[in-house]
Ligand binder design. Structure first.
Ligand SMILES: Nc1ncnc2c1ncn2[C@@H]1O[C@H](COP(=O)(O)OP(=O)(O)OP(=O)(O)O)[C@@H](O)[C@H]1O
Length: 463
């Protein structure tokens, strides 16, 4: 197992356990040695080693075995790779006790993993309903998740949550799980990613423990499977998933599934599974809008204020970020974390200027590239006129005003020069464009309708 192979394998792990778990638990691992069938990882603390070993140890071993079948064990050692002492140990101290994850050979002597418990990814303690900010784009998904989390009679089965990257699917699933566990500690809730399902299934096949596997999955009261698109194209796993699904539904057990798109749109997913997934309630998490982003930023900055007491946040900073970072919530959160950490380091109030400095790269990356054509199309739509009339020579006010609005937006939202914009508007001169831009600049303060139009158009174009 080379460092390069480990690097590739980490990417697999990222897909399996999600970005949050990955960043917390896998990223800090350093592969320090592979010899005599044992892969040793250096970890910064024995706590981390312990945790990774318990929760991800066999997953790591399984993944490693795909490229290096000779590895029988993975070991997590709190001594650093370079031989330097770790934070907790002096150079002369022996390395802290490492935590070994037994390989298939060793597990054979132990009680089967299926007899004890499932080694699934742990729930993130921060992902609760309390910390989930609700807005228009996610209110339906939130309401459905809340309903399921009440643990009452099963009304829709399955609940299928879908949406783009970083929009809160995993957060909602963990929240359901936390809530169910606190309301009904007696019931058996199982949360896992679709890849973990596959991994368990493959392991059961390999260890000839299919009966245990089936029993275990059929004994849960609530089954949650995250990122179901992963099993697309994996025939035997799909087959097993289908049977598990049916057995649970037959016994009126709640199932909650998430995916990156609607069931019908997942390529290479068997039709019978698609149709089962569509049987219950299918709800999607829409891309965030400005208000939701602002709400999330406000809620997160209140939490940060507790970590960094005394740190001042200037007015307008959150609004600026909500306006400028329109990608997913993960990016938004990351930006805020960085901003607070940076400001506390330099001991400075978080001003707009500091924000622009500190987050220059994030802001640049999330600059939405809007084209002149897009703007023209949207504006024509908005004013209900034909595109050709807007671009063409007619001077009627009904066309001239929208034309000026479109020119203004092109100047604001693209990097095109005035002559270039002029060319795209039927070969007009750059002074005409300049005049139009100036006129709209004036009008947006005097005319409430124009300023509202601009706001709507900007938002549509940015989303
Ligand atoms: N409405 C929300 N309120 C508060 N935090 C949110 C909200 N939506 C997303 N987040 C946060 O954004 C981050 C990404 O969310 P999550 O991991 O649930 O996304 P996901 O939809 O599962 O993405 P992926 O498809 O990448 O797995 C998490 O830290 C989560 O807490």
């Amino acid at each position: 197992m080379t460092q390069e192979q480990w690097g590739q394998l980490k990417q697999e792990l990222l897909k399996t356990i999600g970005k949050n778990n990955y960043a917390n638990w896998i990223e800090p691992l350093e592969l320090s040695d592979v010899s005599e069938g044992v892969a040793t990882f250096s970890v910064p603390t024995s706590f981390l080693g312990n945790y990774v070993s318990q929760n991800f140890g066999d997953l790591i071993l399984y993944q490693m075995n795909r490229v290096a079948p000779e590895i029988r064990r993975v070991k997590f050692s709190a001594a650093s790779m370079s031989g330097k002492p770790s934070a907790n140990h002096s150079a002369n101290e022996p390395a802290s006790p490492s935590q070994d994850t037994p390989a298939a050979v060793a597990t054979a002597e132990k009680p089967s993993a299926f007899d004890t418990r499932l080694n699934t990814a742990p729930l993130d303690a921060r992902f609760t309903f309390d910390t989930f900010v609700v807005g228009k784009p996610n209110e339906l998904a939130h309401a459905a998740a809340k309903r399921v989390a009440e643990g009452g009679p099963v009304t829709f089965n399955p609940l299928f949550l879908y949406g783009g990257v970083g929009l809160g699917k995993t957060h909602l699933m963990h929240a359901i799980s936390w809530e169910l566990k606190s309301r009904r500690p007696d019931i058996n809730v199982l949360y896992l990613s679709a890849e973990q399902f596959m991994y368990r299934f493959v392991q059961a096949l390999r260890d000839r423990k299919m009966m245990d596997f089936k029993e275990l999955f059929r004994s849960v009261d609530v089954l949650m499977v995250d990122d179901v698109q992963f099993i697309a194209g994996k025939d035997s796993t799909q087959e097993e998933f289908f049977h598990t699904f049916n057995a649970l539904v037959d016994h009126n057990k709640q199932i909650i599934i998430s995916g990156d798109r609607a069931p019908g749109e997942i390529a290479n997913l068997e039709d019978r599974i698609k149709s089962r997934l569509q049987c219950g309630l299918v709800v999607d998490l829409h891309p965030t809008d400005y208000e939701l982003r602002l709400g999330i930023l406000q809620s997160k900055s209140e939490q940060f204020a507790k970590t960094y007491p005394g740190l001042q946040l200037a007015d307008g900073v959150l609004e600026f970020l909500a306006h400028r970072i329109s990608s997913n919530v993960r990016v938004l959160e990351g930006a805020l974390t960085r901003l607070f950490a940076f400001a506390s380091l330099v001991g400075h109030e978080i001003t707009l200027e500091l924000t622009q400095d500190c987050l220059a790269d994030v802001l640049r990356a999330s600059e939405r590239k809007v084209s002149v054509e897009e703007i023209q199309r949207q504006v024509a739509d908005h004013y209900n006129i034909r595109l050709s009339d807007m671009i063409g020579p007619k001077r009627l006010r009904a066309f001239a005003r929208p034309r000026q609005v479109a020119m203004y937006l092109c100047k604001q939202m693209t990097s095109r020069s005035l002559p270039e914009i002029g060319r795209r508007f039927g070969g007009r001169d750059h002074t005409t464009v300049m005049h139009g831009v100036k006129r709209i600049d004036e009008l947006q303060v005097q005319d409430a309708q124009i300023s509202e139009d601009l706001e709507i158009l900007r938002r549509t174009l940015e989303s």
